[in-house]
Design a protein around this ligand. Structure first.
Ligand SMILES: *Cc1c(COP(=O)(O)O)cnc(C)c1O
Length: 407
């Protein structure tokens, strides 16, 4: 008789956002008259439609598919050159970072890349994560059998190195206090909205090079950076080519959450203890397990970098960041302790009256009909915190904040 993968059986509970969705639909079923009132500032999904220049490029690419002369079948599994060249130019060269097109691997998004990247590392590598953290990093390593045993009381895995991000350290992690081989960093951060300065990130790069660790740098929110001192890519740091992999997404910077496009950078200088180049391993993995992001979508991705695409997507980001300010300032004036919202579409707030994160979730859902995300869902150091996102409409955001202020 077949057996299930035991690693999967170790995963506690269900995926955070499935739990939230279930709670909200139960509430709606119980109070159907309140159902229409609900405002969702929970999940990190965009709401603005795709920008006109992206829609135009999608249409043009679809039309190419109707003509035998321009029809495309399988995409190259590492990505089309037109997109890889554009990314190398606009995301890296323009920022003084030296990344070649063949170090860029186009994919269907950052969730799958950030979950899959661990496959090219040895099973005994120790991972280090921020706490709170985007759940995908830990869960994918649980599935790979790399995390040891789960302690339901502390909600920690025995073989994971945790780097608490608390108010005391400005939600910026301290260098790990135990040896770690694979260090996951995400800045601007989901869920806290915190950032690292270039000097701070440089200290991580130096640490990784000195200790033979690799940094998996999730830069999905790069486009939301507004402060000059915050690096847009880890390759702005000296020495990052020998210790860092960067993961990017078109989801939050250009509204591709449903359209699906992302990429991962694996520099050729990134080598393991025996001199094995990780670039080749990721290429091999793509070749075997991925058949390329769709041509139509890669053309749409290219359009994001056009002059019109840049202007239009900047406007969308400004729209979300206006929401972020509305949430931040509204909560602050209501007496909440808040952070984030400056370089990221996330506001991280301390729950009032020592409520637990889930108590505050229920309280907000029932009293204000606003859905947010309990901080404890991102890790034990998130307990007592709550995340609101700026991805709603401006009108809904205003209404939600008015309701919270009136509580
Ligand atoms: C939204 C998000 C992603 C997922 O991006 P996709 O490209 O849509 O898969 C990855 N990392 C973080 C931190 C995110 O918040």
């Amino acid at each position: 008789m077949f057996k299930a993968n035991e690693n999967y059986l170790k995963l506690p509970g269900s995926y955070l956002f499935s739990t939230i969705a279930k709670k909200v639909s139960e509430y709606q079923a119980r109070y159907p008259e309140q159902a229409k009132e609900i405002i969702r500032l929970g999940i990190g999904d965009v709401t603005q439609p795709l920008a006109p220049s992206i829609i135009a490029s999608l249409h043009a690419a679809v039309d190419e598919m109707a003509d035998a002369g321009t029809f495309r079948g399988y995409a190259p599994d590492l990505g089309y050159d037109f997109l890889r060249n554009t990314i190398a130019e606009k995301d890296y060269k323009a920022r003084g970072a030296n990344i070649a097109p063949d170090e860029i691997f186009v994919s269907d998004g950052a969730k799958s890349d950030s979950a899959n990247i661990q496959e090219i590392f040895g099973p005994d590598c120790k991972i280090a994560v921020c706490d709170p953290v985007y759940p995908v990093y830990v869960d994918s390593n649980v599935m790979a059998g790399r995390t040891g045993n789960y302690d339901a009381k502390t909600e920690l895995w025995s073989d994971v190195v945790y780097m608490p991000c608390l108010a005391e350290n400005g939600f910026a992690p301290e260098l790990p206090d135990k040896p770690a081989d694979i260090i996951y960093l995400c800045f601007p951060n989901n869920p806290t909205g915190a950032t690292l300065t270039k000097a701070q990130l440089q200290s991580w790069v130096d640490y990784a090079n000195k200790n033979g660790a690799v940094i998996i740098y999730d830069a999905a929110y790069e486009a939301y950076i507004s402060e000059a001192d915050v690096p847009h890519t880890i390759y702005e740091c000296e020495g990052a080519r020998t210790c860092a992999i960067e993961i990017r997404s078109f989801s939050k910077n250009a509204g591709f959450t449903g359209t699906r496009l992302g990429f991962t950078v694996v520099p050729k200088d990134l080598k393991d203890a025996d001199g094995v180049a990780m670039n080749g391993l990721w290429a091999r993995r793509h070749g075997t397990k991925f058949n390329g992001a769709p041509y139509i979508i890669q053309r749409a991705g290219e359009a994001v970098y056009s002059e019109a695409g840049q202007a239009e997507t900047k406007e969308q980001i400004a729209y979300y960041m206006k929401n972020a300010r509305t949430i931040y300032e509204g909560l602050k004036s209501a007496g909440y302790t808040v952070s984030g919202g400056v370089n990221a579409p996330y506001i991280w707030l301390k729950t009032p009256d020592n409520m637990s994160s889930w108590e505050f979730f229920d309280y907000l859902l029932e009293q204000a009909h606003v859905v947010g995300t309990p901080g404890s869902g991102f890790g034990p150091s998130g307990e007592g915190y709550f995340r609101l996102t700026a991805f709603g409409s401006y009108e809904n955001t205003l209404t939600a904040i008015e309701r919270i202020k009136a509580l």
